[in-house]
Every structure is written in C-alpha cells, then in structure tokens.
Design a protein around this ligand. Structure first.
Ligand SMILES: NC(=O)c1ccc[n+]([C@@H]2O[C@H](COP(=O)([O-])OP(=O)(O)OC[C@H]3O[C@@H](n4cnc5c(N)ncnc54)[C@H](O)[C@@H]3O)[C@@H](O)[C@H]2O)c1
Length: 276
C-alpha cells in the first residue's frame, strides 16, 4: 500500500532527526527516506521495525549525489516525494571572528547551508508535483547574536532562515510550502557537546557560561521537537509558507499533549544573564 506522505529527512540519525523519523513512521503512517553521515542505532532499529516504509542513505550531505540519490529513492520506492525535513547540521567552529579558521567556516557552511541547496535542487521538481512541504531546522541563534564564538553557527542559521523565505517566495505559485522551525534549546548531542566544552574552539571556560544559560531554560525534548517537524511536514497550512517560528507556535499542527506548558523563552535575556 502506498503511503499518503513520503518524506525525506536529513540528519536522521541525530536526536531530533531520529524522533522526526519515528513519529512519521509510527504515528503518521508515512514512508521515509532517511539520510545521515552515520547510521545511528535508532535509525537502524526503525529499519528493522518498518521494512518497506523506510529507506536509508548513508553519506555526507555536502556531497550533492547524496541528495540526488535520496530524492530518486523516494520516487523509485514510494512513487513520490511529499515533504523534506532539512535537519542535518553542526555547531561548527566556535571561535571569535578574528580567530576564525576560514577553511573550517567554509566546510561547516557546506553542511549547514549549501547542502540545503543541493537537496532543494533535486527535491523541488518532485515537491511541485505533490504540492509538498519543506521544514528547515532554524535556531534562535540565527535571529539574534546570543554568544561570543557563535558567529559561524548564527550566520549559518540566519542563512537557513533566509532560504526558507526565498523558497516560499519562489514556490508559492507552485503550491510548495516552506517553513523554518526552531526546536528551542533541545536536549541533543549538539547541546551536550557544548555543555562538555569539547567542541572545536569551545572549551571548558565557554562551557561554564553555557551551563549557566542552559540552567535558566527548560530544554525541549527531541520527541517534542521531532513532533513539530513531522506534523508540519505532513500537515502545515500552506498559508504559513515563509514563516520562521518556534516548535510550539500555535499556528503549527501540534498534538495537544506535546504543547509547551511553560512561558516562551527569551534567549537574548538568558544569554545576557549568563554573561555571553
Ligand atoms: N539542539 C538544539 O538546541 C538545536 C537548536 C536549534 C537548532 N538545532 C538544529 O537541529 C538540527 C539537528 O541537530 P540536533 O540538535 O538533533 O543534533 P545532533 O548532533 O543530534 O544531530 C545532527 C545530525 O546531523 C548529522 N550530520 C552532521 N554533519 C553531517 C554531514 N556532513 N552529512 C550528513 N549528516 C550530518 C549528524 O550525524 C547528526 O546525526 C541541526 O540543524 C541543529 O543545528 C538544534
């Protein structure tokens, strides 16, 4: 039986990615093409649990052939592509601007930004046929400068946000919807790495301030974030195209039990209090 929704998820072995894939498979009856540079244990498990509804492509998202292969697999195995979650990303080099190793910025920019262009190049012709949806994983760090040394990450996420608006502008008449969704401060490997202070250019001193910041904020669980992406990529109102929102924006289709109970976070205030 063919699924109503056929979704490509990048960064699918990561914490948010694996939950997005799980919810698509388990709760939304979708078929999924999942891609990542590594095969995580959860993704491996999903593959065994949902034979025939999950295809996995392992490779570096910087390589355009990974996107080409992933889109082609969706069409070949499941007959169409109805959605894409552009989720793969790295924190990247955490240096002050004048210390920034340019080659590291370039390489990380390929992952966080240019890979989206590759994926969209291959996905858009298929998404036009199905009036499909795209979610991009944006960040509060792409809207405001929150911390010293976050130049690469912030610039890359600002670019991702701009790309959402540009895709919305260009594709509205073709019926394709693009939404940027920030997962809040989400309890994932990326945040764990920052807390440990073992990221490139981001050591123990930086980690101490980050601890202070994180302690003021209720972390989003990967399940809650994954739910936002899975629901949005299958059901979001096309009228939302071009919007950049947080995972619990009331305009998104979110299951009631997963809605945030606490007040929205002021990240700028929290980072200022932590001393940036
Ligand atoms: N965790 C947060 O608080 C937070 C906040 C805002 C935005 N985000 C964004 O959420 C997305 C998912 O990150 P996460 O927090 O789940 O972290 P994560 O590290 O668990 O997941 C990131 C995934 O991207 C994959 N990836 C990295 N480089 C790749 C490459 N070159 N090719 C293919 N795959 C690659 C990793 O293998 C990993 O599985 C990222 O875009 C991140 O920037 C996270």
């Amino acid at each position: 039986m063919t699924s109503q929704h056929v979704v490509l998820v990048t960064g699918a072995s990561g914490d948010i990615g694996r939950e997005t894939v799980r919810i698509l498979l388990e709760e939304l009856g979708a078929s999924v093409v999942a891609t990542d540079i590594v095969l995580g244990a959860a993704l491996d498990g999903h593959q065994k649990k949902y034979p025939g509804r999950l295809e996995v492509v392992i490779g570096d998202i910087v390589d355009p052939t990974i996107s080409e292969k992933s889109v082609a697999l969706a069409v070949q195995k499941f007959g169409k592509l109805t959605g894409v979650c552009l989720n793969a990303g790295v924190f990247g080099p955490g240096y002050p601007i004048d210390d920034a190793p340019v080659d590291k910025w370039e390489q990380a920019f390929r992952i966080n930004v240019l890979s989206h262009l590759h994926t969209l190049k291959y996905a858009l012709p298929e998404l036009r046929k199905t009036k499909g949806r795209i979610t991009s994983t944006t960040s509060a760090a792409g809207a405001e400068a929150l911390f010293k040394r976050w130049g690469f990450y912030g610039v890359s996420k600002a670019a991702v946000g701009f790309l959402v608006k540009q895709v919305a502008l260009e594709e509205r008449e073709n019926g394709v919807t693009a939404i940027g969704i920030s997962p809040g401060l989400c309890d994932t490997q990326m945040v764990a790495g920052l807390l440990k202070g073992n990221q490139d250019g981001w050591g123990e001193k930086e980690a101490a301030k980050y601890h202070d910041f994180v302690s003021k904020i209720e972390l989003t669980s990967p399940t809650v974030a994954g739910n936002a992406y899975a629901q949005a990529v299958t059901k979001a109102d096309p009228g939302l195209s071009g919007l950049l929102v947080e995972y619990d924006d009331p305009r998104l289709p979110i299951a009631e039990h997963l809605k945030r109970k606490s007040a929205a976070v002021d990240y700028t205030k929290a980072s200022a209090e932590a001393g940036k």
